[in-house]
Write a protein that binds this ligand. Structure first.
Ligand SMILES: Cc1ncc(C[n+]2csc(CCOP(=O)(O)OP(=O)(O)O)c2C)c(N)n1
Ligand SMILES: [Mg+2]
Length: 577
């Protein structure tokens, strides 16, 4: 049979279950776009800027577990998209980066968009390959998707030269078959036995620390925590992997960037089981977390074990299989005596933290905890929240109590501003059944807010909350603490409503707490009718997050005393009248 390269690629995408290709067409891939138009399954979604293509594909996967594609023209398309690809790379999110390449058959130099794309893509992808023959296209796409999903997931780039898209290729059945997928690594029986002994020996007081990589273990994580009588902390990316209404849920972190009750509970543990996490800088609050006792670290990627924290027992394994095997060896509760007290301490701790937040209400602006609590009440437990890079990420992390993996989408380890709105669009496309809320800082909004046009034109009903504080707060707060002045972090004022109107998007102003319920009522109505809405929210950031306070303390304490004194004296001196 003879198929064009474009038809072959679309068939591979369909066989991988890909439903969305995000991008902007160019001369090199119009043939592919034409083939996409004939697909019942794969939808070509036009973006306003390719950086959003990566964020949208990321949002699709985090919200639904479905692989999506960033579909890019050579050079300029790729360079615009690199931010989203890099975020996915550092946050362990799989995606197919479908690049296209210049003509191989013309023999000419100085072709349009011609740069070495594979070299650019390599540092931010798990693999970057060029296909040079039509008959290898199908397998290349299928194996790229398999690599993207395997181990620690991540983006994989395939560059398809334009001539392959254009021309027909003779294909037989073998050319349209994928390589078998490799099984994930398993723990040995001895490793599981040693872990079980450390966790369940008399007097053991385990802490569970779960990252996004633990998500596959699902409800078994609850069973494990209950059998061990263990408090559970998660990473930031892992928020929701363990249901946060559970009485053993502690916090998203456990070091100085967590509130005192969470630090005390974690500090009283005698052994730590970390699953599917890698102790990254952001996740650990600048490496402020210190796991107590022996550390059992389980991850599918051997390179993360012993890297930042030495493990007593490092286990390379798929998290779901490991937790199942562990539960076989711990068939009944072992941490009995500790549990009632733990439940009380954790409940009182959360109540105190929430009480304190709600006590300090802002008189003339929106109190973050009040808004986030109202959002949870209004939109329910199925809601997906996409945050951006900034103060809003940590506020949302600290105030929202989430029940499911895939309900908290945040740019964590690459921490790229501009993430929230496009990621929310991806999430809503993949999960039309779930309410989707984007929380975008007023700085980040300037980067990808134009994607509201995509949401409006494609009928994607998002609720976008613009967290309007007039500053690049996450940085301005650090500047204020350390230098007592803000340099290049005060934003010029802009009228977001006019922008929304220009894009055909309804907008609402939210000025103070008393207006929240009414505004949410209107938001629910608009998204219920299938349209996106922007809420320009005058947010009060006066109260710093536990996270920000924690990392300032941790980083200051780590400086040599001379530099510490210099910083403290300078900050104090500038505060003098
Ligand atoms: C692309 C990019 N540029 C710069 C930064 C550095 N940065 C991290 S958070 C932040 C502040 C973001 O401001 P805004 O979007 O208004 O959010 P806020 O912190 O005010 O909630 C900045 C500038 C970044 N993370 N990403
Ligand atoms: Mg801001």
């Amino acid at each position: 049979m003879r198929l064009t390269g474009a038809e072959i690629v679309v068939r591979a995408l369909e066989d991988e279950g890909v439903r969305f290709c995000f991008g902007i067409p160019g001369t090199h891939n119009i043939e592919l776009y034409d083939a996409l138009a004939s697909s019942d399954q794969v939808r070509a979604v036009l973006v306003t800027d390719e950086q959003s293509a990566g964020f949208m594909a990321d949002g699709v996967w985090r919200a639904s577990g479905q692989l999506a594609c960033a579909n890019l023209v050579p050079g300029a398309g790729l360079t615009h998209a690199l931010s989203g690809i890099a975020e996915a790379y550092l946050d362990g999110v799989p995606m197919l980066v479908l690049g296209c390449g210049i003509r191989q058959d013309s023999g000419r130099a100085f072709q349009l968009h011609d740069v070495d794309q594979l070299v650019m893509a390599r540092p931010v992808t798990k693999a970057a390959v060029r296909v040079t023959e039509g008959k290898g296209l199908y397998r290349a796409i299928r194996s790229a998707c398999a690599i993207a999903r395997s181990g620690t997931p991540g983006p994989v780039m395939v560059e398809v030269p334009v001539d392959l898209y254009l021309f027909q290729h003779a294909m037989d059945d073998e050319g349209l078959q994928a390589e078998p997928v490799e099984e994930p690594p398993q723990a040995s029986a001895e490793q599981v036995r040693r872990a079980a002994i450390l966790l369940s020996e008399p007097g053991a007081r385990p802490l569970l620390y779960l990252g996004l990589g633990a998500a596959g273990a699902g409800g078994d994580l609850v069973t494990l925590a209950e059998r061990l009588g263990a408090p559970v902390a998660t990473t930031i990316s892992g928020k929701g992997v363990f249901p946060e209404s559970h009485p053993l849920f502690l916090w998203n972190g456990f070091g100085p960037a967590a509130p005192p009750f969470a630090r005390r509970v974690a500090g009283d543990c005698s052994v730590t089981l970390a699953i599917g996490c890698r102790f990254s800088e952001v996740g650990t609050g600048s490496y402020g977390c210190e796991p107590r006792g022996p550390l059992i670290h389980v991850d599918v990627n051997p390179a993360v074990l012993h890297r930042n924290y030495r493990a007593t027992l490092g286990i390379v394994a798929d998290s779901a299989a490991f937790v199942r095997a562990l539960l076989h060896l711990i068939p009944s509760p072992v941490g009995g005596g500790r549990v009632p007290h733990l439940h009380d301490t954790i409940r009182q701790g959360h109540e105190a933290v929430q009480g304190e937040r709600l006590e300090q209400r802002s008189p003339d602006r929106v109190t973050p905890a009040v808004l986030l609590e109202a959002l949870q009440r209004r939109f329910g437990p199925q809601t997906i929240y996409a945050t951006d890079s900034g103060n809003g990420t940590f506020l949302a992390m600290e105030c929202l109590r989430l029940e499911h993996a895939g309900s908290f989408l945040a740019p964590v380890d690459y921490s790229c501003m501009g993430y929230a709105i496009p990621a929310a669009i991806g999430a809503k496309l993949a999960r039309p059944d779930a309410p989707v809320v984007a929380l975008a800082g007023d700085g980040a909004f300037l980067m990808t807010g134009l994607e509201l046009l995509t949401a409006a034109s494609q009928g994607i009903p998002l609720a976008v909350f613009l967290l309007r504080d007039g500053e690049l707060a996450q940085i301005a707060q650090l500047q204020e603490t350390a230098f007592h002045r803000k340099v290049a972090t005060v934003l010029p004022d802009y009228h977001a409503g006019s922008l929304a109107e220009a894009l055909g998007v309804e907008w609402l102003a939210l000025q103070r707490d008393e207006e929240i319920e009414e505004v949410l009522e209107r938001v629910a109505r608009i998204v219920g009718e299938g349209r996106p809405v922007l809420v320009d929210s005058a947010i009060d950031y006066d109260r710093k997050t536990w996270f920000t306070r924690g990392i300032v303390k941790t980083n200051l304490a780590r400086l040599p005393w001379r530099d510490r004194m210099r910083l403290v004296i300078r900050a104090m001196g500038r505060r003098l009248p």
